[in-house]
Design a protein. Structure first.
Length: 406
């Protein structure tokens, strides 16, 4: 009799997924994009740059130049920290914007989303507390959830987190870090003023707190004056991690981001990255380094177009949203945040609105605590002004067809 003949006829279940994988769901934004992928849908739900504005010729030339001049290097493994040419270029850009930086201060990552994951690996133990804005960038909530962190939102207002409430929470909760998108925040589009940034930095210095300052949108300013990074404030250098990205200003498909962090934390993130992907693709890094010389001109063209699209959305909202609604007027970035009268639930309303071939993101998933269910996020950069106007007309029809509960 063979071993196979003696084998049991029943199949034993496999071990379960890790608890963190079972506890954290997927991205509601990506779920909505999958449902609304039909070409006739005007989709305000995504956070995608306008593809027609990608500098295809400039980026293609950068890749050709790299492959013609340094193919052996471009197609080879690289250092985990990132290509020196790219880090030097990034350091020069940061210095020109008021933050003295050397190439050795930087770690190149596979998108700034990876930088968040590396920081969670380096800083967080299961059960540690993380403080976030309310509402907060959704993918950051996913990262902290996968790390097993306890996520607590800090009360705030139209200027961002409230420093007094922040200090009280730090003393009570003893968190590891505060995560912020202070410039053109996702999802609200708001920008934290300089005085508020200084107050937050003071709390971090006094109470012993890491600040993760995520800045993927800072170059996309349409009006108003630039506000200095928290990382550039006096005394903040040893406790602020600054994250940046090429996804919104060059091309998200390159998957290029970076972090500027104090040496010990940066080294811990380097070790974590070695365990994840060894390094970010060499070819992409070298092409981006070559393209940096033309980046500012490209960003200027993008800003001009996006500014017109923001204005088109602001012009159409009064006729699209119910009476009593309010919304932000972002000075830059990609998003606008609206609040309908409290009787509306934007999650329940979305299927009805999608029937009009338009989509938004309900606000509820962006909250770490109790959500404001009357809120929604609209992305204004992917469609033309005419498409935005038509999309808002459809949104108005969808909302008008629903009688909210009293």
């Amino acid at each position: 009799m063979t071993v196979a003949e003696n084998a049991p006829t029943t199949r034993v279940p496999l071990p379960p997924l890790a608890a963190r994988a079972r506890a954290v769901g997927g991205s509601p934004v990506r779920d909505i994009l999958a449902v609304t992928a039909r070409p006739e849908v005007i989709n305000f739900a995504g956070g995608l740059p306008a593809p027609e504005l990608f500098d295809r010729d400039g980026i293609a030339a950068a890749f050709r130049g790299v492959l013609e001049d340094t193919a052996e290097r471009a197609l080879q493994y690289s250092t985990t920290e990132g290509e020196p040419a790219l880090r030097a270029g990034l350091a020069a850009r940061a210095g020109a914007q008021g933050l003295p930086t050397s190439a050795d201060d930087l770690l190149v990552t596979t998108g700034s989303q990876q930088a968040l994951s590396l920081l969670a690996t380096a800083l967080l133990e299961p059960g540690d507390t993380v403080l976030v804005e309310s509402p907060c960038y959704l993918a950051a909530l996913q990262v902290f959830g996968l790390a097993g962190a306890r996520v607590v939102s800090v009360p705030g207002d139209e200027d961002g987190v409230d420093p007094t409430a922040l200090a009280e929470l730090v003393r009570r909760e003893r968190p590891k870090l505060l995560y912020l998108v202070p410039t053109f925040q996702n999802p609200t589009g708001r920008t934290m003023p300089a005085a508020r940034r200084e107050a937050v930095a003071t709390v971090a210095a006094r109470e012993g707190l890491w600040i993760v300052e995520d800045d993927p949108y800072g170059d996309l300013r349409y009006d108003g004056d630039r506000v200095p990074w928290i990382a550039a404030l006096p005394g903040a250098d040893d406790r602020v991690v600054l994250l940046g990205s090429f996804s919104k200003i060059m091309a998200p498909g390159l998957r290029l981001g970076w972090m500027r962090a104090p040496a010990a934390l940066r080294r811990a993130c380097v070790v974590a990255k070695q365990a994840v992907d060894l390094h970010t693709p060499t070819l992409n890094q070298l092409a981006a380094a070559r393209y940096l010389g033309g980046l500012d001109a490209h960003v200027a063209r993008v800003r001009a177009v996006y500014g017109e699209r923001r204005d088109a959305m602001l012009a159409g909202l009064p006729g699209a949203l119910p009476e009593g609604s309010t919304w932000t007027r972002p000075e830059g970035g990609m998003f606008l945040w609206a609040r309908l009268p409290r009787s509306y639930d934007t999650t329940d309303l979305l299927p009805r609105v999608v029937k009009e071939d338009v989509a938004y993101v309900p606000g509820a998933p962006f909250y770490a605590g109790d959500p404001d269910r009357a809120t929604l996020r609209l992305c204004f950069v992917t469609q033309t002004p005419d498409e935005i106007a038509e999309g808002l007309r459809r949104l108005g029809r969808g909302l008008a067809a629903v009688t909210p509960p009293a």
